[in-house]
Design a protein around this ligand. Structure first.
Ligand SMILES: Nc1nc2c(ncn2[C@@H]2O[C@H](COP(=O)(O)OP(=O)(O)OP(=O)(O)O)[C@@H](O)[C@H]2O)c(=O)[nH]1
Ligand SMILES: [Zn+2]
Length: 316
């Protein structure tokens, strides 16, 4: 069955110098792409590692009279921005060419887009976990791990720039929004698990739609990805026949499980050789529910379960 894909358009892109990878003192630059789409009115994002991964819709000429300055300002330029630069489509002997009819970029061998297989994380917004230090979930940790993974394992170009993408979807609370998620948290404190709480509020266990992520990856002209996730639904949801393939799944093992699992080789250790993951009774129950009720592909460590039958279960 051919999936009907949302239409996405990258409306702006900007270079972000980062604070990540501090141990190696390389501080890589990333390129933040902001998208609009025809399905919801949210501004979804792609955090792109690799200057030469190019968004088709960003580079396309908006109209015949679009000026070079307008293109520079919305981020549709090659090379680097520097004071007094005036031309977006040319840089150090490279020149973009466009189809006169459609305004689309014509790929050529100097200005081609990077289209090899890259690691990708599809991440859903979580204000509580990413901003408010919540120990109820591992979203902040997963976000950081995805960046660390790309910087260690993403394919590199001759200038040592790693390639990968984090698609950041504005689907707070698995799509139910922050206010409903806060109500769900109160239900969880009343003894319900994360799935039961959603259902009691008349929401599905997971209200998300990952098709916008597929459209964004296709717009970035990627056709093969390694997906960083434990969620089998995401793998199924983002694949598009003959266009977008998930070649392999990279498990996201919680850092606090590191002592019982040797699956992470891309995280910096502290001076004592330790990693510091989230430890709380809430995260235990959050992860347990994901594994037992949402089919997440994690091998459960013994400490996670009170009942011995479940404790020996290996789901992968
Ligand atoms: N409704 C609800 N949403 C939650 C709760 N805890 C976290 N979330 C949301 O769950 C989403 C986390 O999703 P992700 O980490 O991207 O994906 P996932 O389905 O957990 O799968 P992974 O790729 O394995 O991490 C975010 O939108 C969070 O805001 C909760 O208790 N209830
Ligand atoms: Zn979260």
């Amino acid at each position: 069955m051919i999936k009907e894909l949302p239409i996405v358009e990258c409306i702006a892109r900007a270079r972000i110098p980062t604070t990540i990878d501090q141990k190696q003192h390389t501080y890589p630059e990333i390129f933040l792409h902001l998208y609009k789409n025809n399905k919801d009115n949210k501004e979804h994002l792609a955090i792109v590692f690799g200057e030469d991964i190019r968004s088709k819709s960003l580079f396309k000429r908006k109209h015949k009279d679009e000026t070079q300055y307008e293109r520079l300002i919305r981020g549709a330029y090659i090379g680097k921005l520097e004071p007094n630069r005036l031309i977006a489509d040319e840089y150090k002997g490279e020149k973009l060419q466009f189809d006169e009819e459609t305004g689309e970029l014509i790929p050529n061998f100097t200005t081609n887009t990077y289209n090899k297989k890259v690691p990708v994380r599809i991440h859903s917004e979580c204000f509580t976990g990413e901003t408010a230090w919540s120990a109820r979930c591992d979203c902040g940790e997963q976000f950081d791990l995805a960046g660390d993974y790309i910087l260690k394992h993403g394919p590199s170009s001759p200038n040592n720039e790693r390639h990968g993408v984090i698609v950041y979807l504005r689907q707070e609370g698995r799509g139910i929004g922050l206010s409903e998620k806060l109500k769900a948290y109160n239900l969880q404190d009343l003894g319900k698990d994360t799935v039961e709480a959603n259902l009691l509020l008349n929401h599905p266990a997971d209200a998300r739609d990952f098709s916008i992520a597929s459209s964004i990856l296709l717009d970035l002209q990627l056709s093969e990805v390694d997906l960083l996730t434990n969620n089998p639904d995401k793998v199924k949801a983002i694949e598009i026949e003959n266009k977008l393939k998930c070649v392999s799944r990279i498990p996201m093992v919680p850092l606090s499980w590191k002592e019982t699992s040797n699956e992470i080789d891309y995280v910096d250790e502290d001076e004592h050789g330790k990693h510091h993951g989230i430890k709380s009774k809430e995260i235990e129950s959050y992860l347990r529910t994901k594994i037992e009720k949402m089919g997440h592909l994690l091998t459960t460590p013994l400490t996670l379960h009170t009942n011995t039958d479940a404790s020996s279960k290996s789901i992968e």
